[in-house]
Design a protein around this ligand. Structure first.
Ligand code: SF4
Length: 548
C-alpha cells in the first residue's frame, strides 16, 4: 500500500511499496484500495514508492485511500499520543501532493468501525498457521527491537489488512513486492469465506505491482525515517540544497580529475529518480568523463528535487492555515467510506445470520399477521435504491431468503461459478432440499407492472420478487406446472434469449403473462397482441409450499 504495506504501507517506507484492487456499486471503474500507516510527515521515498502512483491512479480507477491508524497501534500501542497528529500530517501531505477528495475517497480507518467488525469475523475462520507463516511477521519481530510485538494485534494485522481490502470489494491493491504475500493471504481469506458460506460476496483482489525506484537517503542508505536520512516531501526547498551538498559520493571521484561511476553514487541515483532524462544522461556522461564537478552535479540534483517539492510545500502551507477544513473533509469522506463498507457488512451479516432484524427466525416461533407484514418491509435497506441493478437484484434475493423464506425450508446456492453482472441480475440458481432448481428473480415496479427477464433454462420453481417503491416486497413462488406450457411457447418465440414476463395486479388478483420481446421498446398494439393468456398467480403469493 501507500508507502509500505506493513500494516498498510508505513508512511516511513514509501520506496518499498504500495498497493491497488472488484465489485460493483457506484461506478463501473475497477476499484483500487490502498492505505498508509500514519508515521508523520512523508518523505521523498514515500512519495516515489506510493503516493505519486496513487495520484495517477485516481484518474483511472475508483480509488479508496485510507490512513491506517489502527495499524499504527499494532506496533505503537504503548504510546498512541502522536497517532492523530501523524494522521493529519499524512492527510496534509496527500492533499498537497495531489490526492483529490473529488476523485478519491480519502478516509481514516478507525472512523469506519466496519473494518474491525469484518476483521473479527475473519478471525473466526482464519487458521492460525496462515498468519504465522506471513513472511513479514517473523522478520519484523526480529527487526523491530525495543517493542514487545508478541501481541495478537501484531500477529493479526495482515488479517486486518484483508478486512480493509475486502470490505470495499476492491479489485486491485497496489503493493510493493514485500507485500504480495499479504494480498495472497487476502485472496485465501476471501476464498475460504466464500466457500464456507457458499457465497460470492468477496472478490479475490489482485496485487498491482508498482515500480518502486530506489530513493537513497542523504547518507546513501535507503531513505527512511529510522535512519534520519530523509528529505521531506513538504520540506522547505531551501533545506534541500545543503542536505544534498553534504551527501557522500560513496568513494567516487575523490579527486575531481578522476572519472567516477554514477551508478555507485547516491547522487547519481537521485538524478535517475528525480531529474529529466536528458539531465540524468548528462550527469552520467559528465561523471564518467570527469567533465562535471560533483558540487555542480549535486546542485543540479537539488534543483530537480526542488522542482517537485516546491509546489507541494506551498500547497501544504496553505492547507495548514485552515486545518479544520482538512479534518472535516476526512470526517465526511470517512462517513462516505462507512456507507460503502456497511453495504458489504449487510450482506456478510445476512450470510452469518447476524442481521439486525428478527428475520425468518420470527417465523420459527410462530408470528402474527403484523410480523409477517413487517417482514415484507424493506425500509431498513433503503440504500439499495442507489445500487446498480445487479447488486439490487442480489441483495433483494438475499433479503427474501433471509427474511421471508421459512426457517425449515432449506435453500442452497447451486453453483459457485462466476457470474457476469447481467447474469447476476437475471439469476442466481438455488437448490431446495429435494434438489429442485429454484430461480429467484426480482423487478421493481413500473407503470405497467413488474417486468422480469427469465433465462431460457429449466427451473422447477420460479420465485418472482415484486419490489414496490414504498419499500414493500410481494413474493410469488411458482411451481413449474403453473408456467411450463406458456413458458415453452414464449421460449420458442424468444429464440432462446431471456423471456419477458410481466406481472400486474388487477383488484385483488395478481396476473402474469409472457410478452413479445420487443413490447417494451415498441409500445404498439401489434406487439401487445403477442402477449399470451394471463395466468392468475394470486394463490402463490407468499406460499412457500413449492419449495418444500
Ligand atoms: S559527479 Fe555526481 S554522480 Fe558522479 S560522483 Fe560526483 S556527485 Fe556522484
Amino acid at each position: 500500500m501507500g508507502g509500505t504495506f506493513r500494516p498498510w504501507s508505513e508512511s516511513d517506507k514509501g520506496s518499498e511499496q504500495e498497493f491497488m484492487p472488484e465489485n460493483p456499486i457506484s461506478t463501473s471503474r475497477p476499484r483500487v484500495l490502498s492505505g498508509m500507516r500514519p508515521t508523520g510527515k512523508l518523505h521523498l521515498g514515500n512519495y516515489m514508492g506510493a503516493l505519486a502512483n496513487w495520484v495517477k491512479l485516481q484518474d483511472q480507477y475508483e480509488c479508496y485511500f485510507f490512513i491506517a491508524d489502527w495499524h499504527a497501534l499494532t506496533t505503537d500501542y504503548a504510546d498512541p499520543s502522536r497517532v492523530k497528529l501523524n494522521t493529519l500530517d499524512v492527510a496534509l501531505d496527500w492533499l498537497a501532493a495531489g490526492l483529490d477528495p473529488e476523485k478519491s475517497t480519502i478516509f481514516i480507518q478507525s472512523h469506519v468501525p466496519q473494518h474491525a467488525e469484518l476483521h473479527l469475523l475473519f478471525s473466526m475462520v482464519t487458521p492460525l498457521g496462515w498468519l504465522e507463516r506471513v513472511p513479514t511477521y517473523k522478520e519484523q519481530q526480529e527487526n523491530i527491537t525495543g517493542k514487545d510485538l508478541s501481541t495478537y494485534g501484531f500477529l493479526g494485522y495482515p488479517l486486518l489488512q484483508a478486512a480493509d481490502i475486502l470490505i470495499y470489494q476492491a479489485n486491485y491493491v497496489p503493493v510493493g513486492q514485500d507485500q504480495v504475500a499479504h494480498v495472497e493471504l487476502t485472496r485465501e481469506v476471501a476464498r475460504r469465506f466464500n466457500s464456507l458460506y457458499k457465497s460470492r460476496v468477496f472478490p479475490e483482489p489482485e496485487a498491482l505491482l508498482t515500480p518502486s525506484p530506489k530513493v537513497p537517503g542523504t547518507d546513501g542508505r535507503k531513505m527512511s525515517k529510522s535512519y534520519g536520512n530523509t528529505i521531506g516531501l513538504s520540506e522547505s526547498p531551501l533545506l534541500v540544497g545543503p542536505k544534498i551538498a553534504s551527501m557522500s559520493t560513496n568513494g567516487q571521484r575523490i579527486r575531481q580529475t578522476d572519472p567516477g561511476d554514477p551508478d555507485l553514487c547516491p547522487v547519481g541515483d537521485l538524478h535517475k529518480v528525480f531529474s529529466a532524462p536528458e539531465l540524468a544522461q548528462e550527469t552520467q556522461v559528465g561523471c564518467r568523463s570527469a567533465s562535471l564537478r560533483c558540487e555542480f552535479c549535486k546542485v543540479k540534483a537539488a534543483l530537480s528535487i526542488m522542482d517537485i517539492i516546491h509546489p507541494i510545500y506551498l500547497k501544504r502551507r496553505e492547507l495548514e492555515s485552515r486545518i479544520d477544513e482538512t479534518w472535516e473533509m476526512l470526517r465526511e469522506q470517512s462517513t462516505k467510506a462507512a456507507a460503502r463498507a456497511e453495504e458489504t457488512m449487510l450482506t456478510v451479516r445476512n450470510i452469518l445470520d447476524l442481521s439486525r432484524d428478527l428475520g425468518s427466525v420470527r417465523r420459527y416461533f410462530g408470528s402474527s399477521a403484523e410480523d409477517i407484514r413487517n417482514a415484507h418491509d424493506l425500509s431498513q435497506h433503503s440504500n439499495w435504491w442507489n445500487l446498480p441493478r445487479d447488486q439490487q437484484a442480489k441483495l433483494l434475493r438475499d433479503y427474501w431468503r433471509n427474511n421471508l423464506v421459512p426457517r425449515d425450508i432449506s435453500l442452497t446456492q447451486e453453483s459457485q461459478r462466476s457470474f457476469s453482472s447481467i447474469e447476476r441480475e437475471l439469476e442466481e440458481p438455488f437448490l431446495s432440499a429435494k434438489k429442485k432448481r429454484v430461480l429467484v428473480s426480482s423487478a421493481s415496479r413500473e407503470a405497467s407492472g413488474w417486468h422480469f427477464r427469465i433465462p431460457p433454462k429449466s427451473y422447477e420453481v420460479w420465485t418472482l420478487l415484486c419490489w414496490h417503491p414504498n419499500h414493500w416486497i410481494d413474493d410469488f413462488i411458482l411451481p413449474q406446472k403453473v408456467y411450463s406450457l406458456a413458458f415453452a411457447r414464449a421460449k420458442k418465440q424468444a429464440k432462446d434469449k431471456p423471456v419477458h414476463l410481466r406481472v400486474w395486479k388487477s383488484g385483488e388478483i395478481w396476473n402474469m403473462e409472457f410478452v413479445g420481446l420487443n413490447m417494451r421498446e415498441a409500445v404498439g398494439s401489434a406487439i401487445v397482441a403477442e402477449a399470451m393468456e394471463p395466468i392468475d398467480i394470486t394463490e402463490f403469493q407468499s406460499n412457500y409450499d413449492p419449495l418444500q
